[in-house]
Design a protein around this ligand. Structure first.
Ligand code: PGA
Length: 253
């Protein structure tokens, strides 16, 4: 049995004060929900403040990106050793990073390796665009992204993967549970090619893209889907709590 994992990707939202308020609004209720791994990924500048609030809780902390170098002349960047000890997870290869910041499969691969070397757990995102989807290229794209990101990476249970179709992110137009389950099954098949079936069965794969309290049940009831990477709805305490609670209820049922 894979432990379900719900992660909130706050993206470029919240000042430090707003981040602290948001965590305070969800902390007690979220903390009490068992049977689900809960991860908050605020902006870099709020990691320290949020970490202090989460210290005695069951809620984990994640970053949204990192640079693959250890240190040096990379103005404005954050390295893996800076994050290690501060947070446990790091989102890598998000489509917004690929789209707006030119991240290629090769860069994502270097980031995955650097994260693991520093003891950070990657949440590796993959997903196709609308035109790729309509051209029937979903399998080809996600397979290329998974193989590219994991080239030369040994199997580890620390790896989490997220299937996030770009057309579903921030659009309010989520995939159907069946669609997501199908593609996540293909991703698991690719992981099986890379690492063997028992290893592939141990890796958690989330769905992401317009997940809300109103549709999480549809995703979490699917056998291949091990949780969700939540953007917009993770910025509203009641919505995020509801998503985590429904996940706990569904997976324990
Ligand atoms: P969304 O974002 O839930 O706002 O669609 C998901 C993500 O990009 O991780």
């Amino acid at each position: 049995m894979r432990l379900p994992i719900i992660a909130g990707n706050w993206k470029m939202n919240t000042t430090i004060d707003e981040a602290v308020t948001l965590v305070r609004d969800m902390l007690d209720k979220l903390d009490r929900i068992a049977g689900v791994e809960k991860v908050l990924c605020p902006p870099f500048i709020s990691l320290s403040a949020v970490r202090a609030l989460l210290l005695d809780s069951s809620i984990k902390l994640g970053a949204q990106n990192l640079h693959f170098e250890q240190k040096g002349a990379y103005t404005g960047e954050i390295s893996p050793p800076m994050l290690a000890g501060l947070c446990e997870y790091v989102i890598l290869g998000h489509s917004e990073r690929r789209q707006y910041f030119g991240e290629t499969d090769e860069i994502v691969n270097r980031k995955v390796k650097a994260a693991l070397k520093a003891g950070l757990k990657p949440i590796l995102c993959v997903g196709e665009s609308l035109s790729e989807n309509e051209a029937g290229k979903t399998e080809e794209i996600v397979t290329r992204q998974i193989k590219g990101a994991l080239a030369g990476v040994d199997f580890t249970r620390d790896l989490v993967t997220a299937y996030e179709p770009i057309w579903a992110i921030g659009t309010g137009k989520a995939a159907t549970g069946q669609q997501a389950n199908h593609t996540i099954g293909l991703i698991r098949h690719t992981l099986s090619d890379l690492y063997g079936e028992p290893a592939a069965q141990a890796i958690r794969i989330q769905y992401g893209g317009s997940v809300t309290g109103a549709n999480i049940a549809e995703f979490i009831s699917q056998p291949e889907i091990d949780g969700a990477l939540v953007g917009g709805a993770s910025l509203k305490a009641p919505d995020f709590i509801s998503i985590v609670q429904q996940t706990a209820d569904a997976k324990q049922a």
